[in-house]
Design a protein around this ligand. Structure first.
Ligand code: VGL
Ligand code: ZN
Length: 203
């Protein structure tokens, strides 16, 4: 069984949003047209309380994009984004949600960020995605969405580590920072994640 994971295709990560990923909107038509090829489509949703420790606004004398030590882990401080219940946290209205069978929310614990759709950044809490995919007999996972160098990267890395044959769809994701994107795709390749273009998918 094959699954497509739609990572964080939310208003705040799209042009005009609080943490807009450049050209992020361009992936939506690609993602919409891909969905019918998969046995299963799932989505993740970044879903922060407004006092979340990843927000620069919750730290004294810190600026957006500063990096701090948060309980022993490097943490980029982000603009407030994907706050629970806000418009910015909603999926894009252009995203076809009709085939999304399950939504896995992440980033709710105030003291730890959660890039991967599988675990928080300290790997102490599962979202349930791994058990869900395995219960559905999924063996092959395709990852797309936003952002390429953060949540899509960590989701693909954890999918591979969980034993799924994992594909990262390069033209169905966009990055925040080019340098971190290069580091991410090198690391994915070293870890056996396959990079693929949407036009090469024929399931
Ligand atoms: C993300 C930064 C903070 C993402 C989420 O979805 O890539 N990036 N929260
Ligand atoms: Zn976030």
């Amino acid at each position: 069984m094959t699954a497509l994971i739609l990572v964080d295709i939310q208003n705040d990560f799209l042009p005009g949003g609080a943490l807009a990923v450049p050209k992020g909107n361009t992936i939506i038509p690609i993602v919409n047209s891909l969905q019918t090829q998969f046995d299963l489509v799932v989505a993740s949703q970044d879903w922060h309380p407004k006092n979340h420790a990843s927000f620069a606004s919750n730290h004294h004398k810190k600026q957006e994009f500063d990096v701090i030590d948060l309980n022993g882990t490097n943490q980029v401080l982000w603009p407030n984004h994907c706050v629970q219940g806000t418009h910015g946290a909603e999926f894009s209205s252009e995203l076809n949600t009709a085939r999304i069978a399950a939504i896995f929310r992440k980033g709710m614990l105030t003291q730890v960020d959660s890039y991967s759709a599988f675990f928080d950044n300290n790997k102490t809490h599962h979202t349930g995605l791994e058990a869900y995919l395995k219960s559905m007999q999924v063996t092959e996972v395709y990852v797309c969405g936003l952002a390429a160098d953060y949540c899509v990267y960590f989701t693909a890395k954890d999918a591979k580590a969980a034993g799924f044959n994992t594909f990262y769809i390069t033209d169905a994701t966009c990055y925040i920072d080019e340098t971190s994107y290069q580091t991410a795709i090198n690391d994915l390749t070293e870890n056996g994640v396959q990079l693929i273009k949407s036009t090469d998918i024929n399931l």
